[in-house]
Design a binder for this molecule. Structure first.
Ligand SMILES: [Zn+2]
Length: 451
């Protein structure tokens, strides 16, 4: 409004230089969408309820159990859901959009334009399957986020972490056995400038974190223990000292945000939490000890199931050593999920699946994968309001600060789906996106309408 008032004042000044009158011109009308005849899953409630929902611009303006009447019918699109479910867009809380290739060997044969083009296509795939937000937790997706926001490509909201930060010989150190160390000799490789910062000692860790923040990261990913896809770090290894963790968590906190770590074991989890880390990603080998500490300190655990359910074909790029590590993690999953239930831990939902189009497509099965431990209603809440709450840990760095995401309430971002069936009864209906996702709206814009 102020912009238009200023324009009007300027115009008035030019025409009548002595005039003190400001003529207020009309701002362009705000586009509205009214959803009627829908059963609402609002992201938090265990039951569907009948309500009308009005979207104004890119935000939810009204949710009412009574019929909503709009005054500006000319600029309102009315959508009759015919009794279908209206719910928040899905949120993927652990993904790597910038890894559309299966392993780091590909970074020697495919340049950044190939990687970026493939990542853009995969980002679009997420949105068109109803996943309106992706938390990217390892990879230089800041440019991808920007291209979506600039309207150059179609994709979900992206929360980018930038390069992972890890120690020499840690999970981020994806060098081949004879490759030189990027910090020890004159050696540059795009992988170690964009995807993974190898940093040892507090000073290098601070520099790596600050470099990510400078490039636009909204949260920071640190490697705190052994991993499956790296070759030289057994799962039991504890990565980073207390001082190095504090260097990372303080540098992130100085920018108003938090550090999430890759960790499986109690030893890694304890050292990370005791030095300021807020989110433990994976954590499948945690025991009661870690569960108690997480409950006491209000720490999030980023859970993944489908990555431990992949086909032999999808896992074919792993060496026998890496396969043994994968099996070890898989064996811990049941115990972890039971601990999460027992201690009522804050648990987000993310697939951690990447590497090919077929793999990204499989990431949606994260929903049904966890039915063994959670009800459909619990899973549906994890993928919407609970994941949304976790994303808000980005604080002042939150790229979408105007309201919450993952919920249907007044003042929330208008990321909405109309689906066939009731996801609170059977969450796996959301995986058959071609058949069951009738409407996909992100930021008030409809990307699919097959009603
Ligand atoms: Zn991951």
């Amino acid at each position: 409004m102020i912009k238009y008032l200023v324009k009007a004042v300027l115009a008035a000044t030019i025409c009548f230089s002595a005039s003190t009158f400001a003529v207020e011109t009309e701002a362009p009308p705000v586009k509205q969408t009214l959803f009627k005849n829908v059963m609402v899953f609002d992201g938090s409630n265990d039951k569907l309820y009948k309500a009308d929902v009005l979207v104004k611009g890119n935000m939810i303006d009204q949710v009412s159990r009574k019929s909503i009447k709009v005054s500006d019918s000319k600029n309102t699109t009315v959508i009759d859901g015919a009794g279908r479910t209206l719910m928040p867009g899905l949120i993927e809380a652990h993904n790597h959009l910038m890894f559309p290739v299966p392993n780091t060997a590909w970074f020697n044969t495919h340049d950044m334009t190939y990687i970026a083009a493939a990542a853009a296509e995969e980002a679009k795939g997420f949105l068109m399957r109803g996943w309106t937000t992706v938390r990217d937790i390892g990879g230089p997706s800041m440019g991808l986020h920007r291209a979506v926001e600039d309207g150059r490509i179609v994709g979900p909201r992206i929360y980018a972490s930038g390069a992972v930060v890890g120690q020499t010989s840690g999970h981020g150190d994806m060098r081949g056995y004879v490759d030189p160390h990027p910090n020890m000799v004159e050696y540059t490789h795009p992988f170690f400038d964009q995807f993974s910062f190898i940093a040892d000692g507090p000073a290098e860790v601070q520099r790596a974190v600050r470099e990510n923040l400078r490039r636009g990261a909204v949260h920071i990913k640190v490697m705190a223990g052994g991993g499956v896809s790296s070759e030289f770090d057994p799962i039991y290894t504890v990565q980073y000292s207390a001082e190095e963790f504090r260097a990372a968590t303080e540098a992130a906190a100085d920018y108003g945000t938090y550090v999430a770590v890759h960790a499986y074991t109690d030893e890694s989890i304890f050292r990370a939490i005791n030095n300021g880390v807020k989110v433990i990603e994976h954590g499948q080998l945690m025991t009661e000890k870690s569960a108690k500490l997480m409950a006491e300190k209000d720490i999030w655990v980023g859970t993944n199931c489908q990555v431990l359910n992949l086909s032999a074909e999808a896992l074919s790029f792993l060496t026998p050593d890496q396969m043994a590590k994968w099996r070890l993690i898989k064996d811990g999953l049941d115990n972890q999920m039971k601990l999460i239930k027992k201690y009522n831990l804050k648990a987000s939902l993310g697939s951690d699946i990447f590497g090919s189009s077929a793999n990204f497509l499989d990431s949606r099965k994260e929903l049904s994968c966890r039915k063994e431990w959670f009800t459909s209603a619990e899973i549906a809440k994890q993928a919407t309001s609970i994941n949304g709450e976790m994303l808000a840990l980005t604080g002042v760095r939150n790229p979408y600060p105007k309201g919450p995401i993952g919920v249907i309430q007044k003042g929330a971002y208008a990321d909405l789906l109309i689906v066939e069936g009731n996801p609170l009864k059977d969450v796996s209906i959301l995986e058959d996106y071609e058949k069951n996702m009738k409407i996909i709206m992100k930021d008030g814009v409809i990307y699919k309408n097959s009603l």
